[in-house]
Structures are given as structure tokens and as C-alpha cells.
Design a protein around this ligand. Structure first.
Ligand code: P6P
Length: 343
């Protein structure tokens, strides 16, 4: 019957991770356990995000993070949850978090020689918490290069192309976890009735064409000329190329990119007067999102280079980013090349 059929159709994140472990012949289960630990922390954070309006977890924690931004209690809480899950899971030897100036080294007996490194933005878009807009967690996983002992900063500042896995959680109308281990992208929706992320979006692919462009047009006057020209291109009438496009901008990176991944589109955060290097962080925002979008058939660039090829020089460095449907990003790059001034 339908109920049995539905029960059969449900595949939890845990079952999926174990099933896909077979994709990696030498896997001994460390990455599987690491992904499971992240999934568990995401469920705990989700519980607090969902009641943020009800308990005194809104408003400022009275502390300031490296970005000089007032920390909302929820992003401090999320940071603590993910780091403690990684600490107790024993598969991660160092965490680079948006909420910490320096790396957090996990030097317990079980973790100090662990194989993996995690870079994470525990709660991105936290300025949206108080207005009930979807927010997200973004994570990126590398294999350590140094052999043992305290990890080196070079273990953390690896090019995005060396990511072993990357994913995000979007705490929206439903809570989803979307991740890749380099063999495609899969999306899981949290079923609160069983407390499990269940496979809901297998093998996600971004449409090559799209008609959504996402950019904060309030910064228009400061954009490079090529970006201005591309925005006018998006707004021009041309039925042959399905223009004018639709403008959609939530102001929460995970939400904007998740929508474009499903519907097709381009997300743009160019340099601006306020952010001459771009606003979004290379290590724990741009690289994981670029890995996911490429794995879904999309493109991610800073205007001149593939995001995943950029050599990071410091933990919190920023980058311009243009990512999404292949044909849209390619058209944007043509506009940037026409004017010669990249980003
Ligand atoms: P702006 C949220 O603060 C964030 O870090 C990203 O989630 C989002 O894409 C971007 O900043 C929005 O920035 O300048 O448009 O408000």
C-alpha cells in the first residue's frame, strides 16, 4: 500500500552516507562518521533556529566576532554545537570557523591525528535571524596534508579543488542538508516526525540556462562596469533569450544559491566600495558553494579565475563570486572581459 511504499522510499542521510561509502574503495568510514556528526549538529541547531522567536536566543550575545560584527546568540550557539560535535566525533583535527579569529585545534587523543579538516560558517546570514529569513550553515572538508602532530595552517589554506566534501544546511520553510563528496550533489529534507534527514533531491543538477539573477543592486554605482553592463543585459527585452530575467535577492547566501540551484540562475557578489575584495569569504563560503555548484553542473568564478583554483592566503580572506548556471556565468564573464576591468 501507499504507506508501505512511502516507507520503502525513505532513505535517511545516515543510510545514504553508508551506501555511498562504497564509492570510495579505501574508505574506512572516517568521512562517513564526519558527515554523520555534521548532520547531528545540524538537527540540534535546527531545533534552536526554529524557536528563535520564542526564547531569549535572539538579539546580541554581546560579543564581537572577527568580522567586527555583533554576534547574535544563535550564531554563537551554532558555532558551539558544530565544534563540539566535531570534537566528540574524533574525525577532525582542526576547525576553521567564521566565528573564530584563529583555527580551533582539536588536540584530544582521538582527534589530534585525525585525517580531516573542516572549514565552517556555522550560521551564515545571521543578520536575517530577527526578520525570520532563511539562514544557513556552510561547511567544507579537506584531508590534512601534514602527516601528524599539530596541523599546519597550510592544511587549512588548501585550494578549493582539494575539497573532499562540501555542503550546506538551509533552515527555511523546511530544513535541508545538501552535500557533495565529488560524485554529484544530493539533497535531504529533515522529517521532524522521525528526526531524520531523508533523501528528497537525489542527483541535483542546476539548469544550464536560467532566468534569475541575484545581486544586491543597491551597490550598483560601485560595481565594475562589466557587472553594470550585465545587469542591464538581464533587464533588456529579448524574447529569443527569455529576457528580461527575474531579479531575486534574499540577502542570505545559502537561500539565494539554493533557489538558483533548483531553478537555475546566477548569484553575483562583485567587489563594491564597501568590500573592495568582495564580501563573501573564500574558505568557508565561496569554496564550498563553488564545489557544490560545479558538482551540479554549474560554474563558479571570481571573474577571472575559477573559485576552486584560488590559492587562499589567509583564513578570512574575501573574494568576488559569480556562480550558477553555466551559460549565465559565461555571458557575465564575456561582459567583464569586454570592459577589461575584472572584479
Ligand atoms: P549584502 C549575509 O550577511 C551574507 O554574509 C550572505 O549570506 C549574503 O549573501 C550577503 O552577506 C548579503 O550581503 O551586502 O547584500 O547585505
Amino acid at each position: 500500500d501507499l504507506k508501505t511504499k512511502n516507507m520503502q522510499a525513505v532513505k535517511t542521510l545516515g543510510q545514504f552516507i553508508i551506501e555511498k561509502q562504497a564509492d570510495f574503495p579505501y574508505a574506512k568510514g572516517e568521512l562517513s562518521r564526519l558527515l554523520r556528526d555534521i548532520g547531528i549538529a545540524a538537527k540540534i541547531v535546527n531545533r534552536e533556529v526554529n524557536k528563535a522567536g520564542l526564547v531569549d536566543i535572539l538579539g546580541d550575545a554581546g560579543t564581537i566576532n572577527i568580522q567586527g560584527e555583533g554576534q547574535k546568540k544563535l550564531d554563537v550557539y551554532a558555532n558551539e554545537q558544530f565544534i563540539s560535535a566535531l570534537r566528540s566525533g574524533g574525525e577532525c583535527c582542526v576547525v576553521a570557523s567564521e566565528e573564530h579569529d584563529e583555527c580551533v585545534y582539536i588536540q584530544s587523543e582521538i582527534s589530534k591525528n585525525a585525517k580531516y579538516i573542516v572549514a565552517i560558517d556555522p550560521l551564515d546570514g545571521s543578520s536575517n535571524i530577527d526578520v525570520n529569513v532563511a539562514i544557513g550553515t556552510i561547511f567544507s572538508i579537506y584531508r590534512r596534508q601534514s602527516l601528524e602532530g599539530k596541523p599546519l595552517i597550510g592544511d587549512v589554506l588548501q585550494r578549493g579543488r582539494y575539497q573532499v566534501a562540501a555542503g550546506y544546511v538551509i533552515y527555511g520553510s523546511s530544513t535541508m542538508l545538501v552535500y557533495t563528496t565529488g560524485k554529484g550533489v544530493n539533497g535531504f529534507t529533515l522529517d521532524p516526525s522521525i528526526g531524520e534527514f531523508c533523501l528528497s533531491h537525489p542527483d541535483m543538477r542546476i539548469p544550464k540556462e536560467g532566468n534569475i539573477y541575484s545581486i544586491n543592486e543597491g551597490n550598483y554605482v560601485h560595481f565594475p562596469q562589466g557587472v553594470k553592463d550585465y545587469i542591464k543585459y538581464c533587464q533588456a527585452e529579448d524574447s529569443n533569450t527569455n529576457r528580461p530575467y527575474t531579479s531575486r535577492y534574499i540577502g542570505s547566501m545559502v537561500a539565494d544559491i539554493h533557489r538558483n540551484l533548483i531553478k537555475g540562475g546566477i548569484f553575483l557578489y562583485p567587489v563594491s566600495a564597501a568590500y573592495p575584495q568582495g564580501k563573501l569569504r573564500l574558505v568557508y563560503e565561496c569554496n564550498p558553494m563553488a564545489f557544490i555548484l560545479e558538482q551540479a553542473g554549474g560554474v563558479a568564478t571570481n571573474g577571472t579565475d575559477r573559485i576552486l583554483d584560488i590559492v587562499p592566503s589567509h583564513l578570512h580572506q574575501r573574494s568576488a563570486i559569480f556562480l550558477g548556471s553555466e551559460n549565465m556565468v559565461h555571458t557575465l564573464v564575456e561582459f567583464l572581459n569586454l570592459t577589461g576591468n575584472q572584479t
